[in-house]
Design a protein around this ligand. Structure first.
Ligand SMILES: Cc1ncc(C[n+]2csc(CCOP(=O)(O)OP(=O)(O)O)c2C)c(N)n1
Length: 631
C-alpha cells in the first residue's frame, strides 16, 4: 500500500519513520501533478512546499497547534495530509474542494485566504487569543517571500515583534512571487542568500589590503572588524532581528536532515522567531521548474510534456487592454503602467518588453500601487493601474483619499471583473461597481466587447480625472477591432434596440446575453428595448429617461453584486426622476459569496444567461399584464 494512502490525518504521519518521508513526498508530488494536470491550479508553489508541510504536520500537534497559510495557494499537501485525500480530485471544481484554505472545509484550515499578505496578521490574532485564554498551543505562519512584499505583512511582523509572544513565522523563500519577486527586501534576501555581494566585498577588501605595502596588523584587524560589521548588515537576519524576531536560517527546505531538527528546535524557542527556508518552485516536475511563471496557476496540461491542453484562442480582454495602453505609450511618454505582482495576468508582458522602464511592478502592494500612481499623476504623468478587481479592494481608501479627492488622472484597468471561475469566493470580481460607484469624481465603464474595450481604455488615457474600465476574465468575442481606438463621450450609453414593453439595461459582458434574451422575448410577442449602458457612472440619464418613458417595465443586468451596483444606480435615478409606477428588477449576483465553478455554470445558476434574463423579464412582464387585467 502506498504511504500516502495510509495517512488519514497527521497522527498517521507520526507512525511513519522519517526515512520514509522522501518516498511519501514523491507520492504526494505524483498525486498533485496528476490531479492538477486535469483541473489546473497552483502547481509550482505547491510542489515547492511538500517537505516543509510534511515536517510541520509531523512536528506539530495539529489541529490544536495552528498553521496559518498565507494566501493558502500552497496548501495542497496540507489538504492531502489532513483527511482530504479522497476528495482531492474535486479541487477547484464546482461543488468540490477549494483550492485555498477554508474553515468550512476542515478543522485543520485555521483561516480562509486567497489574497496575499494576510497570514501574519491573522496568526498574530491567534497568538493573542491563546494568551488571553492562557493556552499553550503553537502558532506557525507560513509566509511566501512574495507576500513579504505586502505592506500588511510588515504591519503584522512589526506588531508581533513588539508583542514578543511565542510565535513562529516560516519564510518560504523560493525567490518567486508569480514572476520573479521584486523590491528591496527581495533583493536583500537574494543578495545575502547567494552571498554574491558579501563574497565580492570580501574579495575586493582583501585584494585592496594586499595592494597596500607593509600593511600593519592593526589595519588588517580593523578591516576584518569592518567586514564582520558589513556581514551583519548584509545577513537577512538583521532586518528581522530589528523587528523583534529571532532569525534562524537560511536552511534547505527540501532536506529533512536540516528541516526536521531545525524546525523542532525553532518550535521550542520562546518569543517571535522567523525561520528562513529556501525552496524551489515546481520541484519534482521539470516543466514546472523550467517555467514556474506559467505553472504558478496553470490550466490543465499534458502530464508527460507539461504542454497546455487548451489551444490558444482569441486574444484575452487583458491583452486588448494592454495593447491599447502600449499604443498610447508610443505617442505619449507620460504613460506608465503599474502592476502589483501581476504582470502576466494583466497582459502587460509585451508592454514590459517594449517599455521596460515604464512598467512598474511594485510587488504585492496594491495600496502603494494606487497612491504611487496618484503621486505620478500629480506630477503630470499618465499612470495606468492594471489590477484584478478583487485585489483593488485592498486599495479602496487609496482610491478615495489619494486619487479621487484630488481628481487625479489615474486610469484603473480593472481586470477579472465579474465571475472568475475556479479560484472562487476570494477571487470573484463582484464588488467593484459597488465600491467605486459612490466615489466622487470617479468615472466607471464596462465594455460589451473587445472593440468597445479599446475605446474605453483610450477614453481613460485622455480623460482628466480618475477613471476605471472594468472587463472580464475571458477571451475576446472575436468582433472586428476598429483600426484606431477612439475616446468615447463620457456618460453616453448606446440604444441597441427600441421596444415598448420591456427595457433591458445591461452593462459589460451581460449586453450580448441581453440582446439574445431580447430576441427570445420578441419571439414571445414582447417588444424589448435594449440599452448598452457603457457607463455605471455617470449614467446616461437622457437615454435612461427616454427608454423608461417608453416601456411598461425595466430590468437591469450586471455581472456584479446587486447591492449598490449598476442596477442600484439606475433605480436611484428613476426614483429621483419620479418613475414611481415603473416596475423594475435588478439582475446580478446575490448578497452572498459566490462559490467556485465554471463561469458559464455560475452565470446559469445566477440567472445571467440569455435564458435567465428572458425568464425573469417575461415573469415581470406577465405579472404586470395580469395586474392590468385585474384592474
Ligand atoms: C493581495 C493579492 N495580490 C495579488 C495576489 C495574486 N497572487 C497570488 S499568489 C501570488 C504570489 C505569492 O508569492 P509568495 O507569497 O512568494 O508565495 P508562493 O506562491 O511563491 O509560495 C500572487 C501575487 C493575491 N493572491 N493577493
Amino acid at each position: 500500500m502506498s504511504l500516502l494512502k495510509r495517512i488519514d490525518n497527521p497522527t498517521d504521519l507520526k507512525k511513519l519513520s522519517t526515512e520514509q518521508f522522501p518516498e511519501l513526498c514523491q507520492e504526494i508530488r505524483e498525486c498533485i501533478v496528476e490531479v492538477i494536470s486535469g483541473v489546473g491550479g497552483h502547481l509550482a508553489s505547491n510542489l515547492g512546499v511538500v517537505e516543509l508541510t510534511v515536517a510541520l504536520h509531523y512536528l506539530l500537534n495539529t489541529p490544536e497547534d495552528k498553521i496559518v497559510w498565507d494566501t493558502s495557494n500552497q496548501a495542497y499537501t496540507h489538504k492531502l495530509l489532513t483527511g482530504r485525500r479522497e476528495q482531492f480530485h474535486t479541487i477547484r471544481q464546482f461543488g468540490g474542494m477549494s483550492g485555498f484554505c477554508k474553515r468550512e472545509e476542515s478543522l485543520y484550515d485555521t483561516f480562509n485566504a486567497g489574497h496575499a499578505g494576510t497570514g501574519v496578521s491573522a496568526a498574530v490574532g491567534f497568538v493573542e487569543a491563546r494568551e488571553q485564554a492562557e493556552g499553550s498551543q503553537k502558532v506557525v505562519c507560513v509566509l511566501g517571500d512574495g507576500a513579504l512584499t505586502s505592506g500588511m505583512t510588515l504591519e503584522g511582523l512589526q506588531h508581533a515583534g513588539d508583542m514578543g509572544r511565542d510565535f513562529v513565522v516560516i519564510l518560504n523563500d523560493n525567490q518567486m512571487s508569480i514572476s520573479r519577486n521584486v523590491g528591496a527586501i527581495s533583493a536583500y534576501l537574494n543578495r545575502t542568500f547567494t552571498g554574491e555581494f558579501y563574497t565580492r566585498f570580501r574579495e575586493e577588501t582583501s585584494q585592496l589590503l594586499n595592494t597596500i605595502p607593509q600593511i600593519g596588523e592593526n589595519v588588517k584587524r580593523m578591516a576584518m572588524r569592518a567586514e564582520e560589521l558589513a556581514k551583519g548588515f548584509l545577513l537577512p537576519g538583521l532586518l528581522f532581528e530589528e523587528l523583534g524576531f529571532r532569525y534562524v536560517g537560511p536552511i534547505d527546505g527540501h532536506n529533512f536532515e536540516h528541516l526536521l531538527p531545525t524546525l523542532d528546535n525553532v518550535l521550542k524557542l520562546k518569543g517571535p522567531t522567523l525561520l528562513h527556508v529556501i525552496t524551489k518552485k515546481g520541484l519534482g516536475f521539470q516543466p514546472a521548474m523550467d517555467n514556474p511563471v506559467w505553472f504558478h496557476a496553470c490550466s490543465p496540461f499534458d502530464r508527460m510534456t507539461g504542454e497546455p491542453l487548451k489551444k490558444p484562442g482569441a486574444p484575452s480582454y487583458s491583452s486588448i487592454a494592454a495593447n491599447t495602453i502600449s499604443r498610447q505609450a508610443r505617442i505619449d511618454k507620460r504613460v506608465v503602467a503599474i502592476t502589483a505582482a501581476m504582470c502576466e495576468g494583466t497582459g502587460l508582458s509585451n508592454f514590459q518588453k517594449e517599455f521596460p522602464d515604464r512598467l512598474i511592478d511594485v510587488g504585492i502592494a496594491e495600496q502603494h500601487a494606487v497612491t504611487y500612481a496618484a503621486g505620478l499623476a500629480a506630477e503630470n504623468m499618465r499612470p495606468v493601474v492594471c489590477m484584478y478587481s478583487t485585489f483593488l479592494q485592498r486599495a479602496y481608501d487609496q482610491v478615495v483619499h489619494d486619487v479621487a479627492t484630488q481628481n487625479l488622472p489615474v486610469v484603473f484597468c480593472i481586470d477579472r471583473g465579474g465571475l472568475v471561475a475556479e479560484d472562487g469566493t476570494t477571487h470573484h470580481g463582484a464588488f467593484d461597481f459597488a465600491y467605486l460607484r459612490h466615489v466622487p469624481n470617479m468615472v466607471i465603464m464596462a465594455p460589451k466587447d473587445e472593440n468597445e474595450l479599446q475605446h474605453m481604455v483610450q477614453t481613460g488615457l485622455v480623460h482628466d480625472g480618475p477613471i476605471a474600465v472594468r472587463y472580464p476574465r475571458a477571451s475576446s468575442l472575436g468582433v472586428t477591432l476598429d483600426p484606431e481606438p477612439i475616446p468615447l463621450e463620457i456618460g453616453r450609453g448606446e440604444l441597441l434596440s427600441e421596444g415598448t414593453d420591456v427595457a433591458i439595461l445591461a452593462i459589460g459582458v451581460t449586453v450580448s446575453e441581453a440582446m439574445k434574451a431580447a430576441e427570445q422575448l420578441k419571439d414571445n410577442g414582447i417588444s424589448v428595448a435594449v440599452v448598452n449602458a457603457r457607463f455605471v457612472k455617470p449614467l446616461d440619464k437622457d437615454l435612461i429617461r427616454k427608454v423608461a418613458k417608453s416601456v411598461k417595465c425595466l430590468i437591469t443586468v450586471e455581472e456584479g453584486c446587486r447591492t449598490g451596483g449598476f442596477g442600484s444606480a439606475v433605480l436611484e435615478f428613476l426614483s429621483e426622476e419620479g418613475f414611481w409606477n415603473l416596475p423594475t428588477k435588478i439582475l446580478g449576483l446575490p448578497d452572498w459569496y459566490i462559490e467556485q465553478g465554471p463561469q458559464d455554470l455560475l452565470r446559469e445558476k445566477y440567472g445571467l444567461t440569455a435564458d435567465g434574463i428572458c425568464d425573469q423579464a417575461k415573469a415581470l412582464h406577465d405579472r404586470i399584464s395580469v395586474q392590468a387585467i385585474l384592474h
